[in-house]
Write a protein that binds this ligand. Sequence first.
Ligand code: AMP
Ligand code: ZN
Length: 480
Amino acid sequence: MALQFHNTMSRRQEAFEPREAGKAAMYTCGPTVYNYAHIGNFRAYIFEDILRRTLRFCGYEVNQVMNLTDIDDKTIRDSIAAGMSLDAFTQQYKDAFFEDVDELRIERAEAYPAATDHISEMIDIITTLVEKGIAYVSDDNCVYYSIDKFPDYGKLAQIDRSGQRSGTRVKSDEYEKDSVADFALWKAWDEADGDTAWDSPWGRGRPGWHIECSAMSMKYLGPHFDLHTGGVDNMFPHHEDEIAQSEAATGETFVNYWLHCEHLMVNGKKMSKSEGNFFTLRDLLDVGYTGREVRYLLLAAHYRQKLNFRAPRNAETNAIEFVGLEEARTVLRRFDEFIRRLREAAASPDAGLDDATSLCATAESAFRTGLEDDLNISEALAAFFDFMRDVNKALDDSAIAGNAAELVLTTCRKFDSVLAVFDLDKGEKEAPAEILALVEERQQARQAKEFARADQIRDELTAAGWVLEDSPAGPRVKRT
Ligand code: AMP
Ligand code: ZN
């Protein structure tokens, strides 16, 4: 099977055929930088990371553009409330976003254009739409998109427009399906905007949110490109409006494949800032979880299924119990132990290369088949778990060692080019320097036959949360 994706536009799974052989151009709606992104937002960005890494795994050269929304209703509102300039206010959340991206092992996109750097491109598209008679200037000097002028309006979100009153308008960036209306492309300055305004043919003002993504996607990827993604809440109105703006301006199809990821939920509700039921990555790092654990939790469910973030409160202590993250931690410990055993086996004489070759080929093929099937991560992970079970069995019998163990490690590296959750290059170096120094001191004590001192050091290590194991390759420490 070749790579297939569920295309929101057709509501069907389709073979991926890029416009240019071997290349994939994709636009991913990025964060609105008015606060720290929460892990619901990061579910969308991790889905896009798995998409990007899968495309690369399948041999495509990826050109991914992710915008930074640094001007919209929310950034203006909150920068004014904070008494800061829009630039200084949004910069702190841009910086925080990239720190979180790195912590979550999300591969960087090729470009991160910011909306405030592309106002003239937005004005150009709006000018074209006005010239074509698709957009009009209202009596309060705003520019609106006339959805009646674009017969395809509603094709992505499948909106039934019969019986709809024409001529109603909506100025805010976010609105629901039942208030389908002409939407704002350019908003004339008003007091709530403070100092934020740009000159335009329609007077001072600022762009609407939707035009930002039409302008930045087409600037970097051209008027017609392969993939466009976001969370399901982006489908309407944001993506519907992007299609209307772009296709009416250029006369071309805008995007071939639309992919949308389902929400991260908390107690049956979408995790969102407005519900106040969110956790940022920082919240979770503060209570001792790692970016790798959060990443695994978010990637292990298929992107088109709702994922419940299980974090109930203990009835007695009222403390939050991060059940889902604890499970992720347990799984990652198994992965780490597997990698450790392989590294140890690789230091022994060669054995079992034929068996290892066949196990690796089977696992790699099943892993790829899973991903090719609309990023079926459950199938891909199942392929890895089966592989791990079989190889562990062989390791128990010392039936895979030396070059065969190296081959298995190389295969793990291929899986990790998509999953990015193994610690292939870290090993015991994970232990801090003072712990490694104690291990070394104990070695020397043993060599000097000072066994009482050696035992004392072992106890010190245990007290510090490390267990010592003597192996043929020397002593190792693991976290208890
Ligand atoms: P925003 O910063 O609100 O524009 O959202 C950034 C991205 O996160 C968009 O693609 C949203 O669709 C997505 N998103 C927001 N909340 C969630 C959630 N609870 N689960 C998954 N994705 C979400
Ligand atoms: Zn967007």
